[in-house]
Design a binder for this molecule. Structure first.
Ligand code: SF4
Length: 242
């Protein structure tokens, strides 16, 4: 006769079930199905994983996008044509973050659609990724006039949107594109030449810094292309780890 499991034993079984469910969901995410982990409320024990399908995440992404599109928190709202919240999928759990939209992005409301965007597409393709596999966004969501670097107060004003995106999308790897994005995310004054080629930490998430595709177009040397390729191979390596 099988007796009812002791309370502790049932707890162990429940934990084992949750661990199995987590492994199963991670595997499904690898295969392209995405889920959110939600909590049961602060008055209960730390929550086990409770799946919510990707459909449940979309309204939250859309909510952030809508907040960005109507935002007037800094002077960049006065000169933009369109705010550019970001776009892409999270099949590969990677976020690529540039400094701010350029002219084509401002006109279209989409990130990395100009020449730099085409080069980014090629960089992704070189490691077997497509734009739809990763999320692409910027530190500031509105175009700085004449493509100047974002000013510190603009970065401060816009920062909560990026924080919300990162918290929601929970990337496994963050790739900072170019010096301004790398400096902001790593809170450092060091330039991209010092920061690239290493794995940094952004609040527990591995962060790689590499050249901005727009810089690569301006300085399209064999040496720079080789360095960018080394960086992308590191991205591929990180994404291949379980
Ligand atoms: S750059 Fe950011 S903070 Fe400034 S107006 Fe655009 S969305 Fe708002």
């Amino acid at each position: 006769m099988t007796s009812r499991p002791h309370k502790e034993s049932r707890k162990d079984q429940a934990h084992e079930f949750v661990r199995g469910l987590r492994r199963y969901l991670e595997q499904m995410e690898e295969e392209g199905t995405e889920y959110l982990l939600i909590s049961r409320g602060k008055d209960k024990d730390p929550a086990p994983a409770v799946p919510r399908p990707l459909a449940a995440r979309r309204p939250v992404v859309a909510e952030i996008d809508a907040d960005i599109r109507k935002c007037r928190l800094c002077r960049l709202s006065q000169t933009r044509k369109n705010a550019v919240p970001g776009e892409g999928g999270m099949k590969k759990k990677a976020m690529f973050i540039g400094e701010g939209p350029g002219e084509q992005e401002d006109l279209s409301g989409r990130p990395f659609v100009g020449r730099a965007g085409k080069l980014l597409d090629k960089m992704l393709a070189a490691i077997g990724l497509s734009r739809g596999d990763v999320y692409i966004t910027n530190i500031v969501k509105c175009r700085p006039p004449l493509n100047r670097d974002p000013k510190p107060d603009e970065v401060v004003a816009c920062w909560p949107y990026l924080e919300r995106q990162i918290k929601l999308l929970q990337p496994r790897v963050i790739i900072a594109l170019g010096s301004p994005a790398s400096k902001t995310l790593l809170d450092t004054d060091q330039g991209i030449s010092h920061l690239r080629g290493k794995i940094h930490d952004y609040e527990g998430t591995p962060l790689l810094a590499t050249f901005h595709p727009a810089y690569l177009l301006r300085a399209y040397t064999v040496e720079n292309r080789q360095k960018a390729w080394e960086d992308m191979k590191m991205v591929r390596e990180l994404l291949s780890q379980k």
